[in-house]
Design a binder for this molecule. Structure first.
Ligand SMILES: NC(=O)c1ccc[n+]([C@@H]2O[C@H](COP(=O)([O-])OP(=O)(O)OC[C@H]3O[C@@H](n4cnc5c(N)ncnc54)[C@H](OP(=O)(O)O)[C@@H]3O)[C@@H](O)[C@H]2O)c1
Length: 293
């Protein structure tokens, strides 16, 4: 360095990369880690995972450090590093949360906690981890191919910087939206969390109907799936409402009109409403059961 080189104040140094501890190394953790590895070094990740086969696969596929439950108590020093914006990502099944949290007891209280677990309330996470900064995410299965959407909700202590970090962690799984009220996550669960199953159900029915009208199974399925893909993409890009898009392809006396008339007579919209109401209710019940109230 020559004497004429500019001297940067410490504040101009790039922020150290976040350290991420994943609790659970299953499908959702893999989707996030796989996406983040494009921008984050392998050293940023630690995965606590009980299954040796899953640990070996994570190490092989992403080069990340994996630890078994008996090594969990040594994770404290990683989480306590004052220079790092540490995040604990909870990616176990909800029924495994209590046991996993007990494993990390007394560690990570200063970290930001991001949960993708269905149904486990922020208050339960804060209580079990003794942490104050908790964000809950409700993702959906297209997250596994980077095309998901997640509802996010933050506790009061979560800072704008924390939110930016959460968005960085969630970005590889697809889109996200922030909600004001944790109770809305039950509706998110019912609409987009469980939603892929409704779409598969609809596509199965369309495929079976196409076969009944003389198409091969393969052709009927290809037509149904590509139609859903194209229509969803069109709706996502359009400035018109869903109703306008529907009306645009429904000329009076035509084929689409004939089909939609039957759907209306059979009250399909009302059935979908009742289905989503039932899913919202069930999400609320499961949340209450997991928080013991
Ligand atoms: N997959 C999705 O698209 C999706 C969508 C919305 C919400 N979610 C939620 O995301 C969470 C994770 O789902 P997932 O699909 O990733 O599940 P998953 O594939 O079953 O992954 C969970 C992982 O956690 C491990 N685990 C179990 N107990 C543990 C413990 N005590 N400590 C550390 N790790 C432990 C499991 O290991 P073992 O296999 O050895 O038990 C498994 O590898 C769930 O709460 C789910 O509801 C997932």
């Amino acid at each position: 360095m020559s004497l004429s080189d500019p001297v940067h104040p410490p504040s101009a140094l790039p922020a150290p990369p976040p350290q991420l501890l994943f609790v659970g190394g299953g499908n959702m953790a893999r989707a996030i880690i796989g996406g983040l590895r494009a921008s984050l070094d392998a050293h940023a990740f630690t995965v606590l995972e009980p299954d040796a086969v899953a640990r070996a696969a994570l190490e092989r596929d992403f080069g990340v450090r994996c630890v078994a439950p008996h090594e969990a108590k040594n994770l404290a020093k990683d989480l306590a590093h004052p220079q790092h914006a540490d995040v604990v990502v909870w990616a176990v099944k909800p029924q495994a949360f209590a046991q996993a949290a007990a494993m990390l007891a007394g560690q990570g209280e200063q970290a930001l906690h991001l949960s993708v677990m269905a149904g486990v309330r922020s208050a339960s996470i804060a209580h079990a981890t003794n942490a104050q900064r908790v964000v809950r995410a409700m993702p959906n299965t297209p997250a596994l191919i980077g095309r998901g959407i997640a509802g996010l909700v933050a506790t009061a202590h979560v800072t704008p910087g924390d939110r930016a970090l959460v968005e960085r962690v969630i970005a590889p799984t697809g889109q996200w939206l922030w909600l004001q009220d944790e109770a809305q996550l039950d509706a998110v669960t019912a609409v987009s969390g469980s939603g892929p199953a409704y779409v598969f159900y609809f596509l199965e029915a369309m495929t079976a109907a196409g076969v009944r009208q003389g198409l091969s199974m393969a052709h009927a399925q290809q037509l149904a799936v590509a139609t859903a893909q194209g229509a969803a993409e069109l709706a996502a890009r359009s400035t018109e409402s869903l109703a306008q898009l529907r009306e645009r392809v429904t000329s009076k006396g035509g084929t689409t009109h004939a089909a939609l008339t039957v759907l209306a007579q059979r009250q399909v919209a009302q059935s979908i409403d009742a289905a989503i109401e039932a899913a919202t209710r069930r999400a609320r019940e499961l949340g209450e059961a997991s928080s013991g109230g």
